[in-house]
Write a protein that binds this ligand. Sequence first.
Ligand code: SAM
Ligand code: SF4
Length: 392
Amino acid sequence: MIKKVPAISLYVHWPFCLAKCPYCDFNSHVATDIDTKSWQQALVTDLERQAENTYQQLEIESGKIELKSVFFGGGTPSLMPPAIIEALLTKAAGLFTIDPDIEITAEANPTSAETAKLKGFYGAGINRLSLGVQSLRESGLQFLGREHSAKDALTALEEAAKLFPRWSADLIYGLPEQSEEDWRAQLEEIILYAPSHLSCYQLTIEPGTQFYTRHKKGERLTGDADNIADLYLLTETILKEKGLSAYEISNYAKQGEASQHNLNYWQTGNWLGIGPGAHGRLTTKNGRYNRINRRSPSGWLESINTAQGGMDIDALEKPEDYFNEYWMMGLRLTSGVKWPETAKFGNTALQLNPKWLEAFIKEGWLNANDAGLSTTLEGRLRLDSILSHLLD
Ligand SMILES: C[S@@+](CC[C@H](N)C(=O)[O-])C[C@H]1O[C@@H](n2cnc3c(N)ncnc32)[C@H](O)[C@@H]1O
Ligand code: SF4
């Protein structure tokens, strides 16, 4: 019997969008005719089934696991009927003990129709909104294929500020020819509307996207490496002046405003992932389980009422995969990650490449002390390369 009752998080995936953005490789699909009743029933069934399975795997009495965060992601969850959100949160309250400070986030797109629904989301139980602004320039929004204007985004942020105790904005930087002046001006403007939390993502060209095809044909779709590095360093400087510190490679928050849900991923915690393509992780006395739902929305919906349910994979992670995930996630955090106990991953021979570890500490890209390992700002600039060497 496991003595300590673990806390858990819940991710809910809504896979539909109004249009497919050319840079996006998320499990998101354009659909107009959605049978929302079936979707509600299927998501609730997935939640029930996974919760039951979790109680069994952890050998814990039903109802005793604490739910500490919920995240509705996508796709575009702001297209969900608020009634589905309410039904899922009501079901979750029956399955888990609810942390009194539970964080319940929804991602939202800032089209006017979706902004009009925000009140319904607040009423359904959402207490944190993450708004996909992406750019405050019409040219940038057009380049990114977005369905809203900058004015729409600012209006949505004003509405979010009226309704939700916590809210955040996503921006994408590193567009072709983006100047430092332009990025500084965008950050200085957005901070007036999202003063406590910002996610600033470097534009990446992901396989399978329209941008990838165009990039392969020779089109230049991002800034050059030096320009992007300058924009990254500038982000840290400007946001620090405004009282937001980098707590993760792309996330900046005032004290106490970090996303608890995302911190749980980066700290390799436990979470359930429901809906098509959602991933979950569960650490048990036998090791860490990796659960992956069927990716196709129609395939997942059809399979949910079968004996197997919507899950394609529910398997113990290999020690080396757990080890890699621990470092890849943990080193994204400014606070870094603890030196793990030798038995943690189920293979005591696993270790970071000692030659590269020493070299990166000397270079000033990593900080090591008795407690653990963390990246410096210069280290976070080149984290992918650092990880590929450390995990070699
Ligand atoms: C699940 S996605 C989208 C959420 C929401 N549907 C939207 O579009 O605002 C979450 C965030 O990932 C970021 N993102 C997605 N694809 C990206 C890419 N290729 N490069 C950089 N950021 C990306 C965007 O900032 C986006 O807001
Ligand atoms: S970026 Fe958002 S709106 Fe665009 S396709 Fe991806 S999930 Fe959908």
